[in-house]
Design a protein around this ligand. Structure first.
Ligand SMILES: Cc1ncc(C[n+]2csc(CCOP(=O)(O)OP(=O)(O)O)c2C)c(N)n1
Length: 275
């Protein structure tokens, strides 16, 4: 997209984020499943990508020129499915089947869903796959971007750093990693495991060009995505400061919402907060 987003563009994208959050809450509640906090923290990142930045055709999800998106933190599947349905890949009604027997919408991201590039869920693999896609696109002369969304806890996986080093060595400036830095993992804070300030430095040491943004500020996200690649010849890192459970007051920053599922009253309160 050309030019800075207008005020009404930004409002439109923010409205999509709210729709994603509403869907996520209902899907997780109705299926009695988990990872609601992990899905809510990426809603704004997904809407800035899908409703502003990425080029794709929901009627043909294998067009060679499409941008690629990989949800490497595959347990945030509900947010990706909600986004894909809002982007027109399949009817929103289908979201009602999330995590039900026989549904294509499984609890971890599944390739059989229209618009999904790669099945994920075992953390630490998305960036390697994305590097391969970016390398192949360059060889094929395709002008496309590959976006990989990772969790901050996921960055504890050694395989992430192997892929980070290789892609900088290959000068893959069509590759973008986005770290959803929501400060919490499954059982503890990310800071307890590794000092988070050093994470951005590590990406830079590995040869990436990095920027920090507020991952819930649509304007900042769009500005960063519109400036890609940050440096010619280097892969780009968007380090998005987010909050787990973002958008719902009683979930924000609360570790329990990694696994807990909102009951009927909690769902009602959450939907009221979203308006
Ligand atoms: C290889 C692997 N190990 C462990 C898990 C179990 N697991 C699922 S989510 C999660 C925490 C991930 O934390 P983070 O990347 O910070 O994502 P968040 O849920 O905070 O968004 C873990 C350990 C997994 N899915 N894959």
């Amino acid at each position: 997209m050309n030019g800075s987003p207008s005020k009404s563009d930004l409002e439109g994208i923010a409205a999509k984020s709210r729709e994603i959050r509403r869907h996520v809450l209902r899907m997780v509640h109705c299926s009695g499943s988990s990872h609601v906090g992990s899905a809510l923290s990426v809603a704004d990142i997904l809407s800035a990508l899908y409703f502003r930045k990425m080029k794709f055709d929901p009627d043909d999800d294998s067009k060679p020129s499409r941008d690629r998106f990989i949800m490497s933190k595959g347990h945030a599947a509900s947010a990706l499915y909600a986004t894909l349905s809002l982007a027109g890949f399949f009817p929103e009604k289908e979201l009602d089947s999330y995590c039900q027997n026989g549904s294509m919408l499984e609890g971890h991201v599944n390739r059989k869903v229209p618009g999904v590039e790669v099945s994920t869920g075992s953390l630490g693999h998305g960036l390697s796959i994305g590097s391969g896609m970016a390398y192949a696109a360059r060889k094929d002369g395709e002008e496309l971007q590959v976006y990989v969304l990772l969790g901050d806890g996921e960055c504890n996986e050694g395989s992430v750093w192997e892929a980070a080093m290789l892609s900088s060595r290959l000068g893959l400036d069509n590759l973008v990693a986005i770290v959803d830095s929501n400060k919490l993992q499954a059982y503890e804070s990310s800071e307890t495991v590794f000092p988070q300030k050093r994470l951005v430095e590590m990406w830079r040491s590995a040869g990436w060009s990095a920027r920090e943004v507020n991952g819930h500020d649509i304007g900042e996200l769009c500005e960063a995505f519109d400036s890609l690649p940050f440096e010619k010849g280097k892969p780009s890192l968007v380090f998005a400061n987010t909050e787990k459970g973002s958008g719902i007051s009683y979930m924000e920053g609360q570790l329990c919402w990694h696994y807990r599922c909102p009951d009927k009253q909690e769902l009602k309160k959450a939907l009221e907060e979203l308006g």
